[in-house]
Design a binder for this molecule. Structure first.
Ligand code: GLA
Length: 374
């Protein structure tokens, strides 16, 4: 393996934590994620061939992608995200050049912290940089989302790729997924800290019920758009929902209730962050988790046990699952002076409940895409 210093450029993109606003990005709602210091870094250099040679710092695999066969790599275990990203970037009219890429991912795979978005966004940014092009982050995010949807087969929203590309150190992003307007809100948590804990039950959105939830909300939108006069499901008000809910099949009614209430929680959570009201924010995190468990049904035993353990500690103001669900991480607000004790307590309680060891992460809120010459 070549050394990192042997490459021309170091390009990275972030993993993300979503503070609140879960499963509403694809309904056109506002979400509240932040980019993380955990990221995928791509060391890249042009190689004058018609191939992308991939290697990883953490894997012994080596994969070669031929630029004229990029359609053919969908089922690769490693390298499929890079192939899909390159293909979509070219389809959007950009030039690809052959290159060697060393990939270094510090976002744990399957953790709900968007390792896939970090890989897609950083790969596209690296392909642009090595071809001498200055990539525009919002465009990179949109094309990375196409790679996830059309190549990896997860019909995701825009939140993860947007946060990965456009994040800003020290800030959460109040992102309107309908218009892509984004307000950067300083993360000021006073005497509290945000804590991310992995339940270590891996999840895969490809074979989870993620796509099923998308279909359910699409169906709801089709049924409600004319009577409620809405352009996306997130526009549905609580009043219209009450008036029209009898039009919806029982299960779908629960999904829509989650969407309507989660949109309101995001609005309140952004206010709470702006005024530094961590107690209010904590209460919103708890009710978001309950809604994802009971109405949207995307948590599962392990995430529920982890959120329960966190919520039962006196230094914890609130805790919820973050990301797609079915496994992965929680995010909690915890008094900073009790962090160690909190971590030990949650790990022990969670292990008793599930048999899994949880991991507590130290990470900061960081920038999206970065590009450096080596
Ligand atoms: C995954 C998807 C996002 C979003 C979240 C749930 O992370 O990639 O688009 O839908 O799940 O909020």
């Amino acid at each position: 393996m070549a050394n990192k210093e042997d490459y021309e450029l170091k390009v990275s993109a972030a993993g993300r934590v979503n503070l609140i606003g879960e499963h509403i990005d694809y309904c056109g709602g506002k979400v509240f994620p932040a980019a993380l210091g955990m990221r995928n870094t791509v060391y890249v250099r042009a190689n004058g061939t018609n191939k992308i040679n991939l290697s990883w710092t953490t894997l012994s695999d080596k994969v070669t992608l031929e630029l004229d066969k990029l359609e053919e790599y969908c089922s690769l275990k490693y390298g499929n995200y890079q192939a899909g990203s390159a293909l979509m970037w070219r389809k959007a009219g950009h030039k690809l050049v052959g290159c060697d890429m060393l990939q270094d991912c510090t976002v744990p795979f399957g953790s709900g912290l968007s390792s896939s978005a970090a890989i897609e966004v950083s790969t596209i940014a690296a392909l642009a940089a090595v071809a001498g092009e200055k990539a525009e982050p919002v465009e990179v995010a949109k094309i990375a989302q196409r790679a996830e949807r059309e190549y990896a087969g997860v019909n995701c929203g825009i939140m993860d790729q947007y946060a990965s590309a456009c994040g800003k150190a020290g800030h959460a992003m109040l992102l309107d997924c309908n218009t892509l307007e984004c307000e950067y809100v300083p993360v000021k948590t006073g005497d509290c800290s945000l804590v991310i804990i992995n339940c270590n039950k891996p999840h895969s959105l490809v074979d989870s019920r993620y796509n099923e939830r998308r279909r359910e909300t699409d169906e709801a939108f089709q049924l409600l758009k004319a009577p409620a006069k809405i352009n996306c499901l997130a526009e549905l008000t609580a009043e219209s929902f009450d008036e029209l809910k009898s039009l919806l099949p029982a299960k779908i009614r629960l999904r829509v209730k989650h969407v309507v209430e989660e949109c309101e929680r995001v609005r309140l959570a952004a206010e709470a962050m702006k005024t530094g009201d961590m107690r209010a924010l904590g209460v919103l995190l708890n009710s978001s988790h309950a809604s994802l468990r009971d109405l949207y049904e995307v948590t599962g035993k392990e995430l529920d046990a982890l959120a329960d353990a966190a919520q039962s500690h006196s230094a914890c103001l609130g805790s919820r699952m973050t990301g797609g669900g079915f496994g992965g991480c929680t995010v909690s607000i915890v008094k900073t002076n009790a962090l160690d004790e909190f971590g030990e307590y949650v790990k022990e309680k969670y292990k008793k409940a599930t048999g899994y060891d949880a991991s507590v992460y130290q990470t900061e809120i960081s920038d999206g895409i970065t590009v450096e010459k080596i």
